[in-house]
Design a protein around this ligand. Structure first.
Ligand code: MEV
Length: 439
């Protein structure tokens, strides 16, 4: 059998990579070339996009949708969302409009601190390292000034450096935990460069410092890297209104019933990790879509969010609901370490456009917007779960997708929507229906 392994793959040209792929993994008749179809005609931009990753042969297209009517802290936004799941943008838009009529979203930045760590082993005397730590800290900070000075000019920099002792869990294990303010940038490069500089300075300190016995000079740096857990880079988004202004819901459900069922649905997500995971996934449907549309790192924000959801020892809901003195109050606390400068935010043409659409927000403003979209998404999902059930909306989108696939006209689509209102939707059912009316 022909070997499918390869070496030097990255050195092949794009055309060679595709030929290799066709030969080893695709049928020959599957030639030309979906990969070409989805490349951009604009070679300059295509080169930029290719540069984001490695071994690139094409672009993977995702829908870019708009959710209008987001009233956030008194300002109206139209929020771009990149997502492949049907109903998400529709749900966000619907919740945005609903809350626009009830005062909109209010937000609060609860913190903007990010964290990085130097993990190291040192087998000396605990009291000594503790006693020396103020000097260690001063040396680390001083030697990092070349890296930090620009960030300091922008109003950021290192806000604290701590020594964490893990020696009870692993002999000799310590950590330098540094706290950072990175202003409008996500700050990953800044933080990681500073940490690697800290690691060098730490080794030097132990080699040079007079009061360290010779048998304790050896510091073994394990690794230096930012933490994606950012519980102090946190934003709150909330909505509230009198229960009796919630309106009436599908199947004539009254406001009081909705409010109580809704509160209970959120409570279930606080009690049961199985439900909490799905509940939070709904929140991330909204959050990830805007994170992607702005060129931010959705893996980082997801990781932080899920760890934060488990901060009390049990994975739980990221959102909260309370009904007190006749007021329905629903809010979300979410760590969001994001940027509006640097990285993809200005390189990716659509990420740049998204930021334009959002009024070129600061990182803090973007945190407020994204948290509001997450809360809106969560509101829409739970509202449909406790009223009509989720399938109604999904099935409508499913029907529209099938109709689109079968090239249905507007009149045919309208007829199909009425026909399938109380029927199960399937591809063959819709095809038969269209064949029937086309006869
Ligand atoms: C589907 O993508 C998201 C939901 O399952 C969220 C939820 O159950 O709350 C609808």
């Amino acid at each position: 059998m022909e070997s499918k392994s390869v070496s030097g793959f990255s050195k092949l040209s794009r055309e060679q990579k595709i030929s290799w792929l066709k030969y080893h993994f695709l049928h020959q008749e599957e030639v030309d070339c979906i990969f070409d179809q989805y490349r951009l005609n604009d070679e300059v931009i295509q080169k930029i996009i290719d540069g984001f990753s490695e071994n690139t042969v094409s672009n993977f297209i995702m829908p870019y949708g708009l959710a209008p009517n987001f009233l956030i802290d008194g300002q109206i936004y139209c929020v771009p969302m990149v997502i492949e799941e049907s109903s998400v943008v529709a749900a966000a838009s619907s919740a945005a409009k609903y809350w626009m009529d009830r005062g909109g979203f209010k937000t609060e930045i609860l913190g903007t601190t990010k964290v990085g760590q130097v993990h190291f082993l040192w087998h000396g005397n605990k009291e000594l390292i503790r006693a020396l730590f103020p000097q260690i800290k001063a040396a680390l900070l001083e030697k990092a000034t070349a890296i930090t000075e620009n960030m300091v000019k922008r109003g950021g920099g290192i806000t604290n450096v701590e020594l964490i002792d893990f020696t009870d869990e692993e002999p000799g294990l310590y950590q330098i935990r540094a706290h950072f303010e990175t202003c409008d940038s996500m700050g990953a490069n800044f933080i990681n460069s500073t940490l690697e500089n800290f690691a060098n300075s730490l080794e030097e300190f132990f080699v040079d410092h007079a009061s360290i016995p010779d048998n304790m000079r050896d510091v073994n740096i394990i690794m230096s890297i930012l933490s994606n857990y950012t519980p102090e880079c946190l934003v709150r988004a909330e909505v509230f209104c009198p229960v009796n202004e919630l309106g009436t819901f599908a199947n004539g459900m009254m406001a009081e019933t909705l409010a109580e069922k809704f509160r209970m649905a959120v409570q279930i997500a606080h009690i049961d990790p199985y439900r909490a995971t799905t509940h939070n996934k709904g929140i991330f449907n909204g959050i990830d879509s805007v994170i992607l549309a702005t060129g931010n790192d959705f893996r980082a924000t997801e990781a932080a969010g899920h760890t934060y959801a488990a901060r009390n020892g049990r994975y739980s809901s990221l959102s909260y609901c309370e009904i007190k003195d006749g007021i329905f109050h629903f809010w979300l606390d979410i760590p969001l370490a994001i940027g509006t400068v640097g990285g993809l935010t200005s390189l990716h043409p659509l990420a740049k456009k998204t930021l334009d659409i959002l009024g070129n927000p600061s990182a803090q403003q973007l945190m407020r917007i994204i948290a509001s979209v997450g809360l809106a998404q969560n509101f829409a999902a739970v509202r449909s779960l406790v009223t009509t059930g989720i399938q109604q909306g999904h099935m409508k989108m499913h029907l529209m997708n099938i109709l689109h696939h079968l090239n249905a006209s507007e009149t045919e689509s309208a007829a199909a929507v009425i026909f399938f209102e109380d029927k199960t939707i399937s591809f063959s059912g819709v095809r038969d229906f269209l064949m029937g009316i086309r006869k």
